[in-house]
Design a protein around this ligand. Structure first.
Ligand code: NAD
Length: 502
C-alpha cells in the first residue's frame, strides 16, 4: 500500500474534521444539558466526564472513519468516481463509522460510553464538515479549471490530456509523463480493460475519465483546464480496423476532427496525433515525410484522412503535430502480441519455431518506450518547430525485412527454427527515413529490436505472460471475441457523420 503526500494530507485533514465534529457534538450537548439543568456542581462534573469520554474514545471514531474512507476508495484519484459518488460515499462512511462507534460501546462496554445524543450530533457535524470541505474543494477546482480554460496558452504544457492512453503505447507514455511531473488526465473507454493503468489510480497527478471520445460531452468535460492533447485512441491495426468499417471510421477519423475542433474552441494549440508509417503502404523507395502516401488498408486510410484534416485546420490557434510511428515492439503494461517482433519472439520461445510469410517486405521498427519518449519530445519542443509538422518516428538503423527480423530472433533464441512460407497477405512494404525527427527533435531510439526480444523472452520465461494467444493481447481477436464484442451504440453517428466527413 503506497500513500502519496497529497493522500496523507487529505487523511490528516479528515482526522482533524472528524475530531472537530465530535468536539462540537460534546460542546453542544454540554450547552443543552446546562440550559435545562442547573444542579449544583453539575457543570464541572459534566465537563470532566465529557473531556474524559472525548480523550478515551475519539481515536476509535477517527480510526473507523479513515479506514472506511480508505476502503471505499475516497482517497483514490478516479475522477468520474470522485465527482459523481464521492459525496455519497463520504456520507455512507461517516454514517457507518458512527453506527459502529455508537453501538460498539453498548456491546462491549470497556470504555466510557458517550451519550447517544453526542453520537448523533457528531454524526451530523462530521457529515457536514467532511462533505462541505469536499464540495468547497470541487467548486474551487471547477473555478480554477474555468480560469485556466480561457485561451491563454502556455508554450510549456503542464496539464496534458491523453486520449486512448490505457493501451500499449499510452500506458508507458502516461508513466513517463507522471515521472516528469506532468498532471495527466486520461480518457479511455477501456476496450481492452484497465489492467495497464490500475496502478496509477491513486497517483496524485493522474485523473481518469472512463468514456468514449466520440461523445462531445466527454471531450468537452475532459478538455477543461488542459494545456495540450495527445491523441492515441484508435482501432489499431489493419485486421482490427477491417472488422467494422463504420465503427473504425467513427473512432479513427470522425472523432479526431471533432476533438480538434473542440481543442480550437478551448484555445488548446498543442495537439499531438499518433499516426503510422503504414500510410506509406507499399513502395521500393526510402520514404520520408514528403513522400507520396499509398494506403493499402482502411486503418492507413483513416490515419491519412485524419492527418489531412488536422493539417488543414492548423492556424494561429491550433498547431497539430503528426507522429507516424514505425511498427512497435517491446513490452508495456498492456502487452500486444499482434505485432510482428513480439509475436515471432513468443512463438520462438513457446513453440520453438517461427513461420514467416513472404519475408522480403521492408518495415521500420521502434521500441514502445522510445515511441512514448518521442511523444514527450514533441510535447516539450517549441511549437514553432513542431506545429503543423509531420515526423516519422523510428531510426534508419531499424529498417528491417521480415526475414531479417526472423534471423535476428533466431540468433537470440538459437533453439528456434525459422520456416519460410509463401507470400504474405499483408502487402505493406516500406523503408523509411527518420532524418527529420533526429534533426528537429534530436530523437534517437535508446532501444534495439534485440532489447525487445530479450524483454519478451524474460516476461514469458518468468510467467508474467501466460498465454500470449490470449485475446487480451491481440486487438483483432479481442474485438471479434463473442464475449467482448465492443459495439458502443451510436445515435451520434446518424446525427453528425454527414456533416463531419469531408
Ligand atoms: N502499436 C503500434 O505498432 C503502432 C504503430 C503505429 C501507430 N500506432 C498508433 O498509436 C496509437 C496507440 O496505439 P496502441 O498500440 O497503444 O493501441 P491500443 O489498441 O493498445 O490502444 C488504443 C486505446 O484506445 C482506446 N480507445 C479506442 N477507441 C476509443 C474511444 N472511442 N473512446 C475512448 N478510448 C478509445 C482503447 O480502449 C485503447 O486503450 C494509435 O493511434 C495507433 O494507431 C501504433
Amino acid at each position: 500500500m503506497r500513500l502519496y503526500r497529497s493522500q496523507l494530507i487529505r487523511i490528516l485533514a479528515d482526522i482533524v474534521l472528524v475530531n472537530v465534529g465530535l468536539l462540537l457534538a460534546f460542546g453542544l450537548r454540554y450547552v443543552m444539558v446546562m440550559v435545562t439543568n442547573d444542579a449544583p456542581g453539575l457543570a464541572q462534573q459534566l465537563f470532566s466526564d465529557y473531556r474524559h469520554q472525548f480523550v478515551t474514545t475519539s481515536w476509535i471514531l477517527t480510526l473507523l472513519t479513515v479506514a472506511l474512507f480508505y476502503t471505499f476508495g475516497v482517497y483514490h484519484h478516479v475522477r468520474a468516481y470522485r465527482q459523481r459518488f464521492k459525496v455519497i460515499v463520504v456520507i455512507q462512511g461517516v454514517a457507518l463509522s458512527h453506527l459502529i462507534y455508537g453501538f460498539g460501546f453498548y456491546l462491549a462496554s470497556l470504555l466510557p460510553n458517550p451519550p447517544r445524543g453526542v453520537v448523533v450530533l457528531s454524526w451530523v457535524f462530521s457529515t457536514l464538515l467532511l462533505v462541505g470541505v469536499r464540495i468547497a474543494r470541487t467548486l474551487y477546482r471547477a473555478f480554477e479549471e474555468h480560469e485556466r480554460a480561457t485561451p491563454v496558452v502556455s508554450d510549456q504544457p503542464k496539464h496534458v490530456l491523453v486520449l486512448g492512453g490505457a493501451g500499449y503505447i499510452g500506458s508507458i507514455l502516461i508513466r513517463q509523463l507522471l515521472d516528469a511531473g506532468y498532471h495527466v488526465r486520461l480518457v479511455d473507454s477501456l476496450m481492452y480493460g484497465d489492467r495497464a493503468i490500475r496502478a496509477l489510480y491513486s497517483h496524485p497527478q493522474f485523473e481518469f475519465v472512463k468514456g468514449d471520445f466520440r461523445h462531445i460531452e466527454t471531450v468537452v468535460r475532459s478538455l477543461a483546464g488542459m494545456d495540450a492533447v495527445i491523441h492515441l485512441g484508435a482501432i489499431v491495426g489493419d485486421p482490427a480496423c477491417a472488422i467494422d468499417a463504420d465503427f473504425s471510421t467513427e473512432i479513427n477519423l470522425i472523432a479526431t476532427r471533432m476533438l480538434a475542433e473542440a481543442c480550437k474552441g478551448y484555445g488548446i494549440r498543442r495537439f499531438i496525433f499518433a499516426s503510422t508509417c503504414s500510410v506509406y503502404g507499399a513502395s521500393n523507395e526510402t520514404l520520408d515525410e514528403r513522400s507520396a502516401l499509398n494506403p493499402v488498408s482502411l486503418y492507413a486510410q483513416t490515419k491519412i484522412d485524419s492527418e489531412q484534416i488536422l493539417l488543414r485546420m492548423a492556424d494561429a490557434t491550433f498547431a497539430p503535430t503528426i507522429l507516424r510511428f514505425a511498427t512497435i515492439y517491446g513490452l508495456s503494461p498492456r502487452p500486444r502480441f499482434d505485432l510482428v517482433v513480439n509475436v515471432l519472439t513468443a512463438k520462438a520461445v513457446r513453440e520453438g519455431k517461427i513461420t514467416i510469410f513472404g519475408g522480403d517486405q521492408w518495415r521500420p521498427f521502434v521500441h514502445v518506450a522510445d515511441a512514448a519518449r518521442s511523444l514527450r519530445l514533441a510535447l516539450e519542443a517549441p511549437l514553432a518547430s513542431v506545429g503543423g509538422e509531420v515526423f516519422n518516428v523510428g531510426s534508419d538503423e531499424q529498417n528491417y525485412t521480415i526475414n531479417q527480423i526472423g534471423d535476428l530472433i533466431q540468433a537470440l533464441i538459437p533453439s528456434a527454427e525459422v520456416i519460410q512460407q509463401g507470400a504474405d497477405v499483408d502487402k505493406r512494404n516500406y523503408r523509411v527515413s527518420f532524418a527529420k525527427i533526429k534533426r528537429v527533435l534530436n530523437f534517437t531510439p535508446l532501444h534495439t529490436v534485440a532489447d525487445g526480444v530479450h524483454e519478451i523472452c524474460a516476461a514469458l520465461e518468468a510467467g508474467e505472460i501466460d498465454d500470449y494467444y490470449d485475446a487480451a493481447f491481440n486487438n483483432y481477436k479481442y474485438l471479434t471475441a463473442e464475449t467482448t464484442l465492443v459495439r458502443l451504440e451510436s445515435p451520434w453517428r446518424e446525427q453528425h457523420a454527414p456533416a463531419l466527413i469531408s
